[in-house]
Design a protein around this ligand. Structure first.
Ligand code: FNR
Length: 382
């Protein structure tokens, strides 16, 4: 068991949330092998300690497409964040902005773009899925543009939903799901409105705005399920390349050949990601997928990575292996569920401290100085 702030917040989130929400966050696809390896492969990578090198002027900041980040960390797009804490997207965005880092709003957020963007004084990033309903996509892009979004994250590893058996057990999906959620609302009454048993169906931000009505969890899951599109290809993204003026980041790349295709497409960045182990169980952990991708495309576009990052040390490991910055998903969501904005702010402070210790003791004064030389010899092959 790895002890970290993330594991403590995870336990607090487990106690606080109704089971269907905790397991939706915590779980992964199928037998969850990739989910576990995302974390354990990262922890196995040994850092190379260096000493007595006067590390007093250490900086953690970086820049992505002209945007300054005080830490090389971005909050990942996480659907339904406003269910884990009241107006959760706004709370998380505020904690990110205070720390000087970007917040990415999911397509399937609870709080709409128009609520989250004006709540902070730096542009939010916006994530879009490729959905059958192209009208929804166009509408979402126009609204994001109007709200001042510059960086668009395009998630491409969800042409079909992953097989998530925990969700079927917990009452998030499957037969009798609504019945199970209603039972859980009895023991977690503050979540009753989320499952629609107080007669007021929950408003699901971007989707409800588009559909022109408040949608309960059941309608939302139905809409999303009908909207995955297995026919998507690079061709489907071309109109977006023409339409969107800001940086476009392709999220869900795990193979060097796809990373090269992203360069040919004209992407400004990629996120090396297996969706936190939530899509295809059995694929490589992100940290093992990263080095060959960095060898293939480093310098041609920005390389971001996520999946399995739970500590500041993990951030250092990913950057040493070729990432320009990282996204964190569950780590911030557990903290948000447990303690709201203050929890996310505290988690980010701890990430910063852990990064400072790791960089001081590996002799890297800035993220640019973190390279494969910052790792111990035996982990180069990892
Ligand atoms: C996600 N992720 C995700 N990704 C995305 O592009 N759009 C989305 O709406 C969601 N929703 C979502 C919900 C939940 C509960 C989780 C845990 C994850 C994936 C997310 O952006 C990111 O890739 C992973 O969370 C990274 O892995 P870690 O940091 O959670 O291990």
């Amino acid at each position: 068991m790895i002890i970290s702030a993330s594991t403590d917040y995870r336990e607090a989130a487990r106690r606080k949330l109704p089971p269907f929400l905790f397991h939706y966050i915590d779980g992964g696809a199928y037998a969850e092998h990739t989910l576990r390896r995302n974390v354990s492969d990262l922890a196995d990578i040994a850092l190379r300690q260096r000493v007595l090198r006067n590390m007093s002027d250490l900086t953690l900041g970086t820049e992505l497409w002209g945007e300054k980040l005080d830490l090389p960390v971005i909050l990942a797009p996480v659907g339904l964040t406003g269910m884990y804490a009241r107006r959760g997207e706004v709370q998380a965005a505020k904690a990110a902005a205070r720390k000087g880092i970007p917040f990415t709003l999911s397509t399937v957020s609870v709080c709409p773009i128009e609520e989250v963007a004006p709540a902070i004084d730096r542009p939010i990033w916006f994530q879009l899925y490729v959905l059958r309903d192209r009208g929804f996509m166009k509408n979402a892009l126009e609204r994001a543009q109007a709200a001042g979004v510059k960086t668009l994250v395009f998630t491409v590893d969800m042409p079909v939903p992953g097989a998530r058996y925990r969700d079927a057990h917990s009452g998030m999906s499957g037969p009798n799901a609504e019945f199970r959620r209603i039972l859980q609302a009895v023991t977690h009454p503050e979540w009753a409105w989320d499952v629609g048993i107080n007669g007021k169906p929950h408003d699901l931000g971007n989707v409800s705005r588009y559909l022109g009505k408040a949608t309960g969890l059941k309608d939302y899951i139905g809409w999303l399920g009908a909207n995955f599109d297995p026919s998507i290809s690079w061709k489907d993204l071309e109109w977006i390349r023409d339409f969107w003026k800001g940086p476009i980041v392709i999220k869900g790349i795990l193979d060097p050949a796809d990373a090269r295709d992203a360069v040919s497409f004209g992407a400004d960045g990629i996120v090396v990601s297996n969706h936190g182990g939530r899509q295809l169980d059995g694929v490589l952990s992100s940290v093992r997928a990263l080095p060959p991708i960095a060898d293939a495309v480093k310098g041609d576009l920005k390389i971001l990575v996520d999946s399995g990052i739970r500590t500041g040390l993990d951030v250092v490991r990913m950057i040493a292996l070729g990432a320009d910055a990282v996204l964190i998903g569950r780590a911030f969501v557990y903290a948000l569920a447990a303690a709201g904005e203050a929890g996310v702010a505290n988690l980010l402070d701890l990430f910063e401290k852990e990064m400072r210790v790791a960089m001081t003791l590996t002799g890297a004064k800035s993220v640019n100085e973190l390279t494969r030389d910052s790792l111990a010899i035996d982990s180069h092959a990892a």
